[in-house]
Write a protein of this length. Structure first.
Length: 382
């Protein structure tokens, strides 16, 4: 049986990665084996390595990936949306659910499943146990029946395709944004309003694209890295950019947003930085009766003080949390990518042109990501 190498996290900490060989698995009747074409590095990977997101160890990380099907079980005929699948088709995974827990059976939020499955994160045994290749930082990923997958639409570039999972996450964020809508005139979120996106790293940049595709024209982005602000304005078509470092205080930041919103504050603010103080700032920037979506914290990074009267009650503000995404969201995410491309939005430029070509260089790339200095997404490309 042929063996291939994967990057394995054997214990918590950047120093505990090692390249190990495992036998390449044959897919079961209801499973597929996918060759990794490219895999992004995400903040969640950094949090896993630091211990902020519990995971079985040893494990192969990497959840932002796509690639061609190289082997299929005899029962597999189609993807999650019933599109016919054959060897060679490019696919990307979606979030799997158990279908049995209380959240799966009683709510539409099956991304809250108690035993959800997603390659590179959860739902697999440790990688020393078959099928071994459980994440994108290796040559293959094994997708059992518990993990749904989608064919990727034709016409996408590699740098666009690798963003399918980030677009999936931010599609769920967009759903949280518009879920504030209701039948009362003037309530909810509509495309005439002003949207502030805190953070223009890869995740915040994907939301900028999604918001544009859905018709939001007045988008303000905030980031402490000027190159990210410039990229968002030039390539993604956002309207205004604020360098957070230019605002020495929270009050100065709020004033900068009010200057762009008729003195009221933003109709909608989405926190994408993963920094606790940004949530407090979001509540200050949003107008009375506005909406805040908090999505930047997929791990416990600490607390921030808020004032229940000033920040919530007096403002009559709506605040939504966001966790993961459903398998259905990928359908909308991929279609949004198709439409963004048709609109001429250069979202593939969110991915940095320099790729990591060797498994043992991925930890170095993670440290660069953790430093929050990169103007785009860094990816491993075998």
């Amino acid at each position: 049986m042929a063996k291939e190498s994967a990057l394995v996290l054997s214990a918590l900490g950047h120093e505990n990665f090692e390249v190990k060989e495992y036998p390449v698995p044959e897919p079961a009747d209801d499973a597929i084996l996918v060759k990794v074409a490219m895999c992004g590095i995400c903040g969640t990977d950094v949090h896993i390595v630091s211990g902020a997101c519990p995971i079985l160890l040893p494990f192969v990380l990497g959840h932002e990936w796509y690639g061609p099907v190289v082997a299929m079980g005899k029962k597999v005929k189609a993807d999650f949306q019933s599109a016919p699948v054959k060897v060679g088709d490019l696919v990307t995974p979606a979030l799997g659910k158990c279908g049995k827990c209380w959240w799966c059976r009683n709510t539409a939020r099956d991304q809250l499943c108690e035993v959800m499955a997603f390659p590179g994160v959860c739902g697999y045994e440790e990688c020393n146990i078959w099928p071994h290749f459980v994440g994108g930082w290796g040559p293959y990923v094994y997708l059992p029946a518990s993990v749904p997958f989608y064919k990727i639409p034709a016409g996408m570039t590699p740098d666009e395709m690798v963003l399918a999972e980030p677009f999936d996450v931010m599609t769920r964020v967009w759903e949280r944004c518009v879920s504030a809508s209701c039948t009362i005139v003037g309530e909810g979120v509509d495309i005439t309003q002003t949207m502030v996106i805190q953070g223009q790293g890869p995740i915040g940049s994907c939301l900028s694209v999604i918001a544009r595709v859905h018709g939001m024209g007045n988008i303000i982005v905030i980031d402490p890295i000027q190159a990210r602000v410039d990229k968002s304005l030039k390539l993604l078509g956002t309207k205004h950019g604020i360098n957070r470092k230019d605002c020495k205080t929270v009050e100065a930041l709020v004033d900068a947003v009010k200057d762009l919103t008729g003195g009221r504050g933003a109709d909608l603010v989405v926190e994408c930085t993963g920094e606790p103080p940004a949530f407090g700032e979001a509540l200050k920037m949003v107008r009375r009766g506005g909406t805040v979506v908090e999505m930047g914290h997929f791990s416990d990074t600490g607390t921030v003080a808020v004032n229940p009267h000033v920040d919530f009650c007096h403002k009559d503000v709506q605040v939504f949390g966001m966790w993961a995404h459903t398998a259905r969201d990928m359908k909308v995410a991929l279609e949004t990518m198709v439409r963004a491309k048709a609109m001429g939005i250069k979202f593939g430029d969110i991915v940095l042109p320099e790729k990591i070509r060797s498994l043992d260089k991925i930890p170095e790339g993670m440290k660069k990501h953790e430093a929050h200095e990169l103007p785009g997404k860094i990816c491993y490309m075998p």
